[in-house]
Design a binder for this molecule. Sequence first.
Ligand code: SAM
Length: 246
Amino acid sequence: MILAASMKNDLGIYERAAQAWWDGSDRTFRSLRQVKAFHLAELDRLFGAELRGASVVDLGCGGGLLAVPLAERGASVIGLDRSPRSVQAAREAAARAGLSRRCRFTVADLCGTPLESGAFDFALLSDVIEHVDEPAIALREAARLLRPGGRLYLNTLNRTRRARWLAVALAEGLGYVPRGTHDWRLFVRPEDLRALAAAEGLRCDAVLGEAPRLLATLVSGGLEMRRSASTAVSYTALFTKTEVSA
Ligand SMILES: C[S@@+](CC[C@H](N)C(=O)[O-])C[C@H]1O[C@@H](n2cnc3c(N)ncnc32)[C@H](O)[C@@H]1O
């Protein structure tokens, strides 16, 4: 019997399951919703009032789980995603929140966006870079879009055995994230990310470790995160654009 190779980094999930982004009763994106709640609290802690009135580009915005709440905080947000149905879900969420003017969405490849250079105070690459074949190009695009002094907020998975075991074997095996979501070979070590970002004129200001809250995760049925001294599973990296990129 020939078994089909299981798919990894299956980006079709975001198109097929797009109706589930904001559906609290659906488990497909429950972990992402809960991880985004943690990331939003971190964005508030790190940047607070700076977000009010800021222009933000959310690269790989999915269903707008960060974009819409950031617009609620007074930011002016453009979200881009390669999945048309996710972009539609994000537009509908913004409309439900009465934020369609402040929070707009476009179908585009984040590695080559149609947006103006230097137009943004903040760029987000939140749980995205581990889905992209060439992270250097994604970082180049984020750097191009930021004004000098603008900030890049990035979350991703580390390329460790622990991350592979937790994020792929356990999380996908137990249904905490859809099977086929990740390919551990695309996970990025913080030191590699720093080097790639530096080449694009992005200075690394901080690398902040994150880890799952195991008991809360078991109880809620979706990943719950906390800050951690260790970056062995996942981490947030903060960068500032130092130069005008080509
Ligand atoms: C794990 S989801 C994260 C979504 C969102 N950033 C969040 O944190 O809720 C990854 C998203 O990246 C998008 N994506 C992956 N590669 C992309 C690319 N090259 N261009 C645009 N979007 C991309 C996928 O369609 C998906 O919506």
